[in-house]
Design a protein around this ligand. Sequence first.
Ligand code: FAD
Length: 292
Amino acid sequence: MKLIDIIKNDRISLSFEVFPPKTETSFESVKEATEEIAKLRPSFMSVTYGAGGGTSKYTLDIAKNIKELYGVPTLAHLTCVSSTRETVRARIEDIKAAGIENVMALRGDIPAHLIDADRSNWDYKHAIDLIYELKTAYPELCIGGACYPEVHPESANQKDDIKHLKEKVDAGCDFLTTQMFFDNNLLYNFLYKIREAGITVPIVPGIMPITNANQVERSIKLSGSFMPQRFKSLVDKFGSDPDAMKQAGIAYATDQIIDLYANGVSHIHVYSMNKPDVARRIQQNLSDILGK
Ligand code: FAD
């Protein structure tokens, strides 16, 4: 099933993100965790792509398993920046062979040792290059792209970022999913600006439930997201008590989601990070809203 048919629908819905195993030895435990999440029957599940593509095979294995065993539509992530054209073409053939109909097309982070490298002869410089490739090789595919309510860290300013985002959408993105954010006003402001810039595709807000104090620093470092004082107070108060922190983090994410639904967003993606209990508790908190 193409995700755009779920996302553009006005019906309130929720989806979850999981990540593939890094090694063969952790494959079974990750597979089990993702199956537990699939049993919740989310509207879809996305499976991330290991940075640099080293674990790419597992992305498809996990996505295919969820789809075939539980009938949950899947979105396979794919990055391009560290890859050659040959490798990307082979990945696209694998995606086709696995019967995956939805791909999140990403550039990927530039590996630290290549930040200052001359990029002029790289096969892929930006996500848009991958989108063109996907459109040519697999025209029926439903394509998602990433967007950044707080501006991508490499962009000089939001105007440039939104200009490139518009080009990316025009190249063939059916929808966009946002980077995590902890203050919904940032999203509302971003939505206003991108609509004004002529970007009309559906935007799926990505919500990350922070369930332990260590995750706070990691997540901010990774995403550059702004932490509202309300959230910092919660970490100060409950951060040293793992159960209390988890409960507070799930409640905070639930609050964000309810506010988004109340303000007209119909589909939300939860960065559930292979944690079935977190996914379950969020879904339970929303059971009447979701009609589950
Ligand atoms: P791009 O769209 O290429 O943008 C990157 C930067 O380049 C931006 O500053 C943009 O403004 C600029 N830019 C874009 N086009 C041009 C142009 N034509 N000329 C000049 N500048 C341009 N990483 C993974 O490794 N695996 C994953 O599975 C994964 N999933 C993600 C899912 C989501 C929803 C998000 C938000 C991020 C995800 N990431 C993932 C991280 C992502 O790979 C990084 O944020 C990466 O740095 C940018 O990827 P992008 O596709 O947004 O890049």
